[in-house]
Ligand binder design. Structure first.
Ligand SMILES: [Zn+2]
Length: 317
């Protein structure tokens, strides 16, 4: 985007999408207008994109077969495209000439409660571990567990987090229950990372972050990705880019300007906020952030630089 109302050569980095397990490799490689992300669109405007693999509650061999199939399809799409690559070393985030894809697991149910199986995923190329989707699993409670039902992390969950932190994983606490989040925070293993949520103070939702959580993420040197999910943005779900801006500004105020990023959830939701059609619309969010009073360098941080810096500093930069 080069117009006077926007920011030229915006370097977009997005902490979450579901495209890898939703699109065929051909749709991903060559483009598909109806969906939210494809590799041609990423090659046009992105620097880095998390690609989450969501397999529902599948466990055992069926889950692993399905994971490996999606993984082969992603590698096939990457080869067909020629303009993107899978990022193996988060310390290289934002460097290099190709758009970088970070492979992420969303929900560790397929580990069948065995932290050791993480190593197989790492060898495949996965680097981000979402321990939970909404349901409970062997590692503890996901976001669906509220109040007295929220038992937090299990002993296996703590073992999993220690193992992941010790072997270079980026641990993603999106979809964790409140108690699981705080227990993970107390372990103090690494900066806190929540890839795709919004602000509970603006829209009460079990998937959103309270101000206390946002502040803790900021204090840890972590990162909070703001999701473009209508149900997280407004109680009535009738939202626009203005609501995305509202949530980003609130998160910046509470967590700090270096802590907030985009975690779109593209291809993980049926509807997006009005005015957003997919990845190609992200420069519009940048333009509205400028209009709302952020400086250009601050907008660049939120739209990509914060996520890149977070990945690099985890590696001791
Ligand atoms: Zn999700």
């Amino acid at each position: 985007m080069g117009s006077s109302s926007g920011i030229s050569r915006l370097r977009v980095a997005d902490a979450h999408c579901d495209s890898a397990t939703v699109l065929s490799p051909y749709e991903l490689a060559f483009g598909c207008g109806q969906r939210h992300i494809d590799l041609p669109r990423l090659a046009d405007g992105a620097v880095l994109q998390f690609m989450a693999f969501f397999l529902g509650r599948q466990q055992g061999d069926a889950a692993w077969r399905s994971l490996r199939q999606h993984w082969r399809e992603l590698l096939f799409a990457v080869a067909l495209s020629g303009r993107v690559e899978v990022l193996h070393d988060p310390g290289q985030a934002g460097l290099g000439n190709k758009v970088q894809l970070v492979a992420a697991l969303e929900g560790a149910d397929l580990l069948d409660g065995a932290p050791e199986r993480l190593d197989e995923l790492y060898m495949m190329g996965f680097r981000s571990l979402g321990v939970f989707w909404n349901n409970d699993n062997a590692f503890g409670c996901g976001a669906a567990a509220e109040g007295a039902a929220d038992r937090g992390l299990s002993a296996e969950g703590r073992r999993l987090l220690r193992r992941a932190a010790g072997s270079g994983w980026v641990i993603d606490l999106a979809h964790a229950s409140r108690r699981s989040f705080w227990q993970a925070a107390e372990l103090g293993l690494q900066p806190l990372f929540v890839s795709h949520s919004c602000c509970d103070a603006l829209c009460r939702h079990r998937r959103n972050l309270t101000d206390e959580q946002l502040a803790a993420i900021g204090q840890s040197g972590g990162l909070a990705g703001i999701a473009l999910v209508p149900d997280f943005l407004r109680d009535d779900g009738e939202c626009s880019i203005a609501d995305v801006v509202r949530h980003i500004l609130h998160a910046v105020e509470v967590a700090g300007i270096d802590t907030v990023a985009i975690g779109s959830d593209f291809d993980g939701v049926d509807a997006l906020p009005q005015g957003i059609a997919g990845h190609q619309s992200l420069p519009l969010v940048a333009r509205e952030l400028l209009r709302a009073g952020l400086r250009e360098d601050e907008v660049r941080k939120v739209m990509g630089e914060n996520l890149l810096a977070f990945l690099r500093r985890r590696n001791g930069e």
